[in-house]
Ligand binder design. Sequence first.
Ligand SMILES: [Zn+2]
Length: 303
Amino acid sequence: MIRTSLFVVFVEMFLCIAAYPQTAINPKAPFTSRDVDLWKQMQARRPETQRQSPNIATGEPFKVLGNLYSVGVPIGNSFLLTSPQGHMLLNTGYAESAEQMGRNIEALGFKLSDIKILLPTHWHNDGGGGTAYFKEKTGAAVMAGASDIAFLQAGGEGNQRIPAVKVDRAVFNGDVITLGPLSVTAYTIPGHTPGSTSFSFKVREENQDYTVFQYCCGQNIPQNFSANPNYSDAGMRHTFEVFRKVLPVDVYVWGPSSGFFLAARLAKFKAGDKLAFVDRSTFPAFAAWLEVEYETKVRNLAQ
Ligand SMILES: [Zn+2]
């Protein structure tokens, strides 16, 4: 009798497991399921919000806040951080759009010759393609993630076309890059490329400091990431460590995400709201979602 009921219990347990093969992976603190849900909602609205943003197509430059300006084409993913002692260009954009970006910088009232440091986020065409152009125009020092230097110096053809450029300084994880009053902390986050580099810095607006985080790059972890040499478990764990370290992020800038609600934010800015780009919810939403994505793929690969 006992044996029979034990057997029934086992059968029921098996059926239960079969019906619910996997429980959902929850985000780890301080990220929450709400963050993940928010990112999913934002993703769903992305095509609509990008359609409403003419700047995405034209690359029209604009002030973000304080001494930070969006100068990039086509999706506002290159930024100029300015100071009286010179400027830094974060992400150098496409080779094909470098001239337009130069005109954008001048249209904002800045001189190209005042750019002293070029920080390509990674060696691809959208992150480092304009580096050679701006180095030639400005004489600025090129600083790049150590593991991407060989690629930048070799240049590339095809859809990752970048003109070869000499790198003046290797950037390592946690390096602080300074220029006059400017101070930018670099985090090398392997994955998108071996040396893709993110930046964290403060800008001041209306007597208050705001933390800006420019993430590089991408959100598509390959399904079988173990077959992609740019990805490693250690690299991904490091990514999430960096995400926690840079919190709280007041202004999150990244290529496609700069397009989120850009039209609405610009309209608010033009109506006089100097803090229109302050947004403390988008970065945690993205970070939480990416970590859950990664843990889900780990679980799938480990089985
Ligand atoms: Zn890229």
